[in-house]
Design a protein around this ligand. Structure first.
Ligand code: KIV
Ligand code: ZN
Length: 386
């Protein structure tokens, strides 16, 4: 069976940049956009052009330099937003306008003080207007996660009638369970008239820690695009992490879902975004955290030294990490000590290892982690070495 390719829509520079307290300048955004293009993402959401002159400038600059990916600009369902986005995107090889409106009852009632039918009219008009500037128009139904499915299907139908090529179904508040989100995508796939003319896109937030699981359920149920950010950065608890969904699909080939991402660049771009944003990545972050390929307990270390696959489901090289780390702590065993000692130049006999290990344990009980310098000291001060 041939694999279905899932489009990766990166929104690090738009939704990701909405992290409280973070701001990237145009120069930084251009550097990141170039790397995203090299990484192989299909779409780069470069910003929200009408929001500020700086954002307009960034979208314009990114449109000029991106060679492969589609460049996308966000708008509300407002004519001026759309006109300004089209202007910012005018040099992009393949521009996309991403327009939309809130569709849940709370958005309709409290945000727009409007009604369901009027929202459908606005959705239709916004897509139609965007279509007068560019061929590729994506429509988002904000808060789709809490929008009743039947009504959501009507909104989607109107957007398709107006020419939308992609329908974004955001779980804006990160509320859905994976089963609910998957069922929503399935419902739309089966009930929206004209759905064969557009693709469904997952845009999940991580308020309950479910963004990756929801996006994966979405594509299993028929969506063909995932919107995500590097390191999962974004407003509140963040967005779906790009590196996570890409590696989930890669490590589960039986799903027959694939991406065009060059995974060897994942670690490098994670570092680049983290440095430029000034947000450090939690050590236990899946795929790109400092501890993602570090082993510290004796049982695990012994297994990994014998064969990496005992405790690793991903080859670190596949995501751009040079090698797994064997971290020496008081929980480490003889195998790990012998391995690290060998790396710094000591080939220990069994007898020597017993002696050095006893010295190591008393050292490790006083220090959290043993580095190469400590290993020299431990070995040189051990009985057998004196
Ligand atoms: O989370 C969301 O609903 C969004 C839309 C503006 C696409 O980011
Ligand atoms: Zn969002």
């Amino acid at each position: 069976m041939s694999k279905n390719t899932i489009q990766i829509f990166d929104t690090t520079l738009r939704d990701g940049e909405q992290v409280p307290g973070c701001k990237l300048n145009t120069e930084q955004k251009v550097v990141i956009a170039k790397q995203l293009d090299l990484l192989g993402v299909n779409v780069i959401e470069a910003g929200f052009p009408v929001s500020s002159p700086g954002d307009f400038q960034s979208v314009e600059a990114i449109s000029e330099i991106v060679k492969n990916a589609t460049v996308c600009g966000l708008t509300r369902a407002v004519e001026n937003d759309i006109k300004v986005a089209a202007e910012a995107l005018k040099t992009a090889k393949t521009p996309r306008i991403h327009t939309g409106i809130g569709t849940s009852d709370s958005h309709i009632k409290f945000k727009f003080k409007s009604n369901r039918d009027a929202i459908i009219d606005r959705a239709f008009e916004a897509v139609k207007y965007a279509k007068s500037f560019v061929e590729d128009v994506e429509f988002y139904a904000e808060d789709a996660g809490r929008t009743e499915n039947e009504y959501l299907a009507r909104v989607c139908e109107a957007a398709i009638k107006a020419g939308a090529t992609v329908l974004n179904i955001p779980d804006t508040t990160g509320y859905c369970l994976p089963s609910e989100y998957g069922a929503k995508i399935k419902y739309l796939k089966e009930n929206v008239k004209g759905i064969e003319n557009a693709i469904l896109s997952c845009h999940c937030h991580n308020d309950l820690g479910l963004a990756t699981a929801n996006s994966i359920e979405g594509v299993i149920n028929g969506a063909r695009q995932i919107e995500c950010t590097i390191n999962g950065i974004g407003e509140r608890a963040g967005n779906t992490a790009l590196e996570e969904v890409v590696m989930v699909l890669k490590q589960h080939p039986y799903l027959n879902l694939d991406t065009s991402i060059n995974t060897k660049h994942l670690y490098g771009i994670s570092q680049l975004v983290s440095e430029n944003m000034g947000i450090y990545t939690q050590p236990n972050k899946a795929i790109v955290g400092a501890n993602a390929f570090a082993h510290s307990s004796g049982i695990h270390q012994d297994g990994v030294i014998k064969n990496r696959e005992t405790y690793e489901i991903i080859d670190p090289k596949d995501v751009g990490v040079t090698e797994s780390a064997i971290v020496l702590t008081a929980r480490s065993g003889r195998a790990a000590l012998a391995y690290r000692a060998k790396n710094v130049g000591y080939e220990l006999t069994k007898l020597q290892l017993d002696d050095v290990y006893a010295n190591f344990l008393s050292f490790a009980d006083r220090k959290k982690e043993i580095n190469d310098h400590d290993i020299h000291q431990i070995i040189e001060t051990s009985k057998v070495y004196q």
